[in-house]
Design a protein around this ligand. Sequence first.
Ligand SMILES: Cc1cc2nc3c(=O)[nH]c(=O)nc-3n(C[C@H](O)[C@H](O)[C@H](O)COP(=O)(O)OP(=O)(O)OC[C@H]3O[C@@H](n4cnc5c(N)ncnc54)[C@H](O)[C@@H]3O)c2cc1C
Length: 384
Amino acid sequence: MDPADEQELLSAIERWVEREVAPRVLEYDHADRYPHELVEQMKELGLFGATISPEYGGLGLPAATYARIVMSISAVWMSITGIFNSHLILALAIERFGTEDQKLEWLPRLASGEVRGGLALTEPDAGTDLQGIRTSARREGDSYVINGAKIWISNGIEGSCFALLVKTDPHAEPRHKGMSLFIAPKQEGFKVGRKLEKLGYKCIDSAELVFENYRVPARYLIGAREGRGFQQATGGLELGRINVAARGVGIAEGALHLATAYAQGRKTFGKPICEHQAIQLKLAEMATRARAARLLTLDAANAFDRGERCDLQAGMAKLFASEAALENATESMRIHGAYGYSKEYHIERLYRDAPLTCIGEGTNEMQRIIIARQWIRQHPVANS
Ligand SMILES: Cc1cc2nc3c(=O)[nH]c(=O)nc-3n(C[C@H](O)[C@H](O)[C@H](O)COP(=O)(O)OP(=O)(O)OC[C@H]3O[C@@H](n4cnc5c(N)ncnc54)[C@H](O)[C@@H]3O)c2cc1C
């Protein structure tokens, strides 16, 4: 992307965050209210089509630009990135693996935000072990009949269409060969269960979805072939991990920014606390973590944009940036003293939001395993 165009877009997002998001975030967060007004503005900014190709109505942004947008928004309010993040992974699955008819039918409406949605993979008994899902699809003529339940689905209440992972052959070995991914619009048989109450990541609906004899046309099977769902669903996880890493960077930088400002204003023993060495050591570590997290995330995004396999870089970025978010939020809260514990200050919200980045798009325990496996594969030593 032309650097001047990128800068113009990033400046427009920053102005929007400053004018529209920042003044309302505490009110929304405390009321746990869905930000409908901001969603309309996000449509105008083109965020729902950020990474969708221009030929289907999107902005076609490279992952690096997209990551910078997510960082900038998350530094103020990470929750709202959840409204378009998993939505764009649904779009990516259709654009990468779908048939031309599927792309033409869905991508323009996803890009405009007319249809919004996400990814429905996790089940009550299968999160990390996705191949253990039990939701099943049975072919009946020109349709599939789907039964099962999903949980923790972002945008589950406000969204209207999801990439739904199911078993089309529950007995297949290896298990992933029996998995398929469907475009699943809300219609008869698709029921939305309760909205889940959460520690943080407020306002964004995380919901249970229940499928009872839910019938979808066979033409909504992504790629029109059974047995490819696991690869299709996890194929979007590289971008998903860059996404979560960028959220982590935003929180790490946001927490640093709040701590820096507070430490210069708050005085103890006759001087601003930023002049006490104990506080300086914290700020130095926070600043270094935030910078390292940003560079790792952009490194992964640039590899993605070059079309390279980047699960190693994306895993490292996700692991490091999410832990940086958690550590910086905690340290910033300490620097705020009692006021860090107050709901009138922003830092307690960042402190509640940060842990999600360690869970989403593969827990950090799993990231370490993925990183180690890839690392060893890339560094073979011949046994003598
Ligand atoms: C707010 C929120 C939003 C979400 N949004 C979505 C969404 O939109 N769509 C969706 O499909 N899912 C979503 N999820 C679900 C999320 O992806 C899962 O929670 C995550 O994959 C972990 O699964 P689990 O909770 O079942 O944990 P489990 O898989 O039960 O894991 C429990 C613990 O065991 C560890 N563990 C598991 N297996 C291993 C292993 N082999 N080795 C070492 N440690 C292991 C895990 O790291 C974790 O610490 C969301 C979750 C949250 C909290």
